[in-house]
Design a protein around this ligand. Sequence first.
Ligand SMILES: Cc1ncc(COP(=O)(O)O)c(C=O)c1O
Length: 371
Amino acid sequence: MNSYQKALEERKKQHLLRTLPLPPEGFDFYSNDYLGFAQSKSLQSEIEKANTSIKKNGSTGSRLLSGNSSFALEVEQQIADFHQTEAATVYPSGYTANIGLISCLATKETTLVCDELIHASLIDGARLGVSRKVRFRHNSIESLEEKLQSIAGQKLVIVESVYSMDGDICPLEQVAELCTAYNAMLIVDEAHAMGVYGENGEGLVQELNLHNRVLARIVTYGKGPGIHGAAVVGPLWLKEYQVNFSRSLIFSTAPNDHQFASISAMYTYLPFASADRNKLHKIVAYFIQKRKDSKFQWVSSPSQIQSLIVPGNEQVIKLSTALRQGGINALPIRKPSVAEGSERIRFCIHAYNTNEEIDLLFRTLENYLID
Ligand SMILES: Cc1ncc(COP(=O)(O)O)c(C=O)c1O
């Protein structure tokens, strides 16, 4: 047995083996399709219309070589306008956006000041850079201030607006205040807020009117927006900087026109989806009421991500199996994705979930956890 196979055996023993499951039957409390856009016929027909004028199957090269087009630049301007900023740079996914952006900003003149719960893609970006890195306690303004006070030189604070595992929300206004006070730049990953928050689904930064206080936002399209891809939005100089230093942008074939067309159609569609957003916020409120009435250990979250703490990898897998048998699909999140002891079932709530499905979910939990 080689060392790679031994590592797999070790994972199996610890109930940590990752697999590629096919979608199970049952009510969806696990996907990131918060607004139902991934299955929306109206969005699909907008995307098909946008795709009819496309002439090339592939982009043929990096954006810096043969892969650029006036269409790509037009779509990026559409994105920048929507997000009330100067420029946007599209990446194939949020992961590639984060590793490209953060690694090129993590220079030796910079200290990254990161919330301890930022996503793996931001952490990987930080690891690829050469800057000093410090972490502050999750969502703690006191801890952030303490770190900022102790750092001399250029500082870059990295947070998420809605945290992917806990579903809680960054105190963005206070974070922005501190960044101004300590002359730090601020980067906000809006992966779980994009499409969901803001009058037209712009994300939390614009909902709070903080877009001029933030250096860059990462908006991703595979969750609320129901498609695929991502963009970094911010000032023009930052786009120029990425074109020169972001390795996942420079050394990779550009997204093809189909991806740009889908992104463009999604942005055109987004402002007309306030009914879906309202439905989502209403059903989330129903879930939160049920959560507050229940006796279990929940992470306090106001968003569409709600987590039930069930310590232990084996225990959390057993509960997710029981839920699946009861018709509820929800994912067990295990160590090392979350810290030991904070293993959880993560429930993602969607505009298309119903009160009856949530009632069933809570009945199934009670039957399992109280028996
Ligand atoms: C906070 C956050 N940022 C970035 C990403 C990566 O985005 P994508 O799935 O588009 O690669 C994710 C995905 O899970 C995420 O949760």
